[in-house]
Design a protein around this ligand. Sequence first.
Ligand code: NAD
Length: 472
Amino acid sequence: MSEAAQAFQMTIDGKAVASDQGFGVIDPSTGRVFAQAPECSRAQLDAAMESSAAAFPLWRRDEAKRRQVLRDCAAALRARATELGRILTQEQGKPLAKAVGEFYGAAVWFDLTAGLEIPVEVVQDDAAKRVEVRRRPFGVVGAITPWNFPIILAVWKIAPALLAGNTVVIKPSPFTPLSTLALGEALRDVLPPGVLNVVSGGDALGAWITGHPAVRKISFTGSVETGKKVAAAAAPDLKRITLELGGNDPAIVLPDVEPARIAERLFWGAFENSGQVCSAIKRVYVHEDRYEALLSELAQRARAVKMGGGLEAGVQLGPINNRPQFERVCGLVEDAVKAGARVAAGGAPAGREGYFFQPTILGDVAEGVRIVDEEQFGPALPVLTYRDVEDAVERANATMFGLSGSVWSGDTGRATEIAARLECGTAWVNQHLDILPTAPFGGAKWSGIGVENGRWGLLGFTETQTIDIAKG
Ligand code: NAD
């Protein structure tokens, strides 16, 4: 069945639910609408919330069952990864292998989460009393996701929220609703009704979720701007929040580095998913002795990379996901060139239908230019120079973003010490973007509140309960 003919439906209370209203979903490789998604009404959202609230008391009771169900979710996604990956490619733009890989990655996350321990800590156990610190779930979690990695980012929320005993109502981005709706369909018979509700709609639906009285915890991934609105919406009801927001990651390249040795890793640290990664390298600081050599290595790679529609064979980079983002990247590059940046590669739209922008490397650019100071979130990378590493660290930290960063050197000990001085949630050495299911991921400063992944991410879907038992 073609995607156009396929009916994408929401999942509410374990059932497929259509809507009177729909909205078009655009294939970014053509710029044309290829499918419709249901626009969730207020009454339908209320029904989803009611069903999640009703499912909660039973769902939270049996931890062993939850673990088994999460493993079943992993198996269900694995069985359909190829088919579902195609939908993700069509709406998001990424190469098919990456989209299929995202579903396999989601399965891995379900499996690994199923094995995490929900700790019970004993802080006192003597003749007088036993004091345990347990972890209890919140109830209904409202989950809101962006358009760059719709599936893996959804599962970073769904899997730990469910293991902890919560139930979930999730809303994907209106630019990429279909793969998450398909995820809901794939898990419909695996999860008890109400445990996972999937609704789709525009930004207003996100605001309804954050303001909904049934929601006790909001887990949000998206931009800093929206993250602040989510925090404000949560405040009157004191809903708990986890915010995973934007980044402007620096990579600092020390003078002992051989540019040809690191250029490939550095390039992909910036251009993975066409630069639409929250924690992609968004500015590179290179010691002046290595500057020209590294600029040229990066430019060579930018020119050689195969860009195209995600369903075309051998494609490494897809289009930018949506028109507003495409226009933003065009504007940032134009602005940088006007400010005197040297275009070492790319520099313009690719001149074909869809939202393709040539992989772009910009030299002779510095702070004060928008593409350095703001999050570009696209395939355009500014490369800056420095003389003194202290100055590079200071400039890397001189921002309200603090998601991640990296330091590149042959001396890993020295690089590690410098990395530890970066004001960010994850600091890599001689790599960038290796996000693990076992380690916490989150941002400092405006890049977020709280973390996801590993046992730290799981604990974010719980609150402590002290049980204090008098003896004798
Ligand atoms: P966005 O903030 O525009 O939208 C994210 C989600 O929020 C969408 O589902 C949207 O419909 C919803 N939304 C919009 N207004 C809302 C409101 N008032 N209340 C509630 N929900 C609302 O972000 P985007 O453009 O979809 O995604 C790109 C951004 O996400 C980038 O800044 C990127 O760095 C960030 N991001 C962060 C992480 C991370 O883990 N830190 C991961 C991926 C992306």
